[in-house]
Design a protein around this ligand. Sequence first.
Ligand code: ADP
Length: 289
Amino acid sequence: MRVDAQRAVALALGANITSTRQLPGGSINEAFAVQLDDRREVFVKTNARADRRMFPTEALGLAWLSDAKAIRVPKVLAVSDSSETSPPFLALEFIASASPATNFDEQLGRRLAALHASGADTYGLAHDNFIGTLAQTNAACLTWAEFYAMRRIEPQVRLAVDRQAAPTAWTQTFGSLLSRLPDLVGPEEPPARLHGDLWSGNLHVDINGSPCILDPAAYGGHREIDLAMLKLFGTLSEQFAHAYDEVFPLAAGASERVPLYQLYPLLVHVNLFGGRYVHAAEQVVTYYT
Ligand code: ADP
């Protein structure tokens, strides 16, 4: 870890750093296990090029998810927004990991359902945040269909076309899908408290073998989007589905909406990684045509 970051972390946590160990797997930032001279071990991520609002908004998101007391979320210990004296960093409780408990999937189903059921004030959030390095606008909308269209799909399609990551024809293709969204998004539901970037890499197994969620892009929205994202890069077991449904049953037709709710993460992937995600996003449009 850079010396200036180490100095800032030590100052914020009121202890000296005795060792740092870089962790694998951070897709965007550098992540470290940091040992302090008061025997605490903490998790720190840094990124000298991060947007100065990135870590502070992640910290707010973690605290908001934690408030639901539904599923484990690391406690925020300190955050820097990159002032002149401190590079951007986020210091969290270190979550040591172990193998999943035999009922891990059931725990995850129940706890995620409880998180979603704890709700949100609006479709949106009081502040904007980021998904990966991409800005995510959370200004509230009156309906979920409007929010999903105007705050999620449309900005990512526009960015993809502007960056030439996708053909200009996308503006029209996706425009026509967006005009049909009110009929596609499913029955009206109150806003759910969402993790917002729930791919398997952001799901951790803690020392008790229980789930802990990391690295959110939180907001109030439709809960099927968290579930669709979990499915995008993994599978959801029967035990998970059963436990989730017992706590907070899904509305009719949820399986028909999985591609629709995978569209946002796919578009985010088009803008972060391009390549094969362009075709995958187009297949979603074909599915609903
Ligand atoms: P990025 O923002 O770069 O994607 P992540 O927040 O996903 O970084 O974290 C990077 C790595 O650090 C992941 O492998 C994750 O498992 C691990 N990690 C994240 N938060 C913690 C934590 N609080 N305690 C222990 N390990 C963590």
